[in-house]
Design a binder for this molecule. Structure first.
Ligand SMILES: [Zn+2]
Length: 191
């Protein structure tokens, strides 16, 4: 299925199977043989009876930013499921050839058009309820140092919210928890 964002640009191809359930490994990526379930290293894992490959299921890693400007926080209205139409911090999955800081800044620029600089860490968040599976999200404090604000990849809309105008429909537990910490720090005068 092709997806077009409001700018008219083709932005992604999405597969429904990946959204309906966490992906399972059924065949050996080394030799192609069907994998079997076997109790190994303390729990049941998928193993290749042909070549011995063991599949370790582990969380996906995502990274993003809590970027503040003039006392307001930058949020992105999601263009896609999960949580299409809800608001989230700019974030996305870390690619295989980048670190989480690089990924967080890349996602900021791709989704909002803004360029950031990392100023510290908000926290790490383990999300179990995402339909794509278990996700560890690393969120950083970022300072905006350039760029032009516009809705880019994965974004239907981007805008800055004051503490008293945050939307109710927040997309992920990580967004809610990070914004809760942000509000608490502002009330205590730390931010
Ligand atoms: Zn194999």
């Amino acid at each position: 299925m092709e997806v077009v964002n409001p700018s008219g640009l083709f932005v992604a191809v999405r597969y429904n199977c990946a959204m309906s359930k966490p992906l399972e490994m059924n065949y050996c990526p080394c030799c192609g043989h069907a994998l079997i379930d076997k109790f190994i290293f303390g729990r049941v894992r998928r193993k290749c009876p042909e070549c011995g490959f063991v599949f370790f299921r582990d969380p996906k890693v995502a990274a993003g930013v809590l970027a503040e400007q003039d006392g307001k926080v930058l949020l992105v209205k999601r263009l896609y499921d999960p949580h299409q139409g809800d608001w989230a911090l700019p974030a996305g999955f870390v690619e295989i050839d980048e670190g989480p800081v690089q990924a967080a800044l890349r996602e900021l620029t791709e989704e909002t058009g803004l360029i950031g600089r990392i100023r510290g860490i908000v926290g790490t968040f383990h999300i179990r309820s995402d339909p794509r599976g278990s996700i560890v999200t690393i969120l950083y404090h970022a300072q905006i140092v350039g760029g032009q604000l516009h809705a880019g990849d994965d974004a239907a809309e981007v805008r800055l919210f004051a503490p008293d105008e945050l939307p109710q429909n927040l997309a992920f537990a990580s967004t809610r928890q990070a914004l809760h910490r942000w509000l608490r720090s502002k009330k205590s005068g730390l931010a």
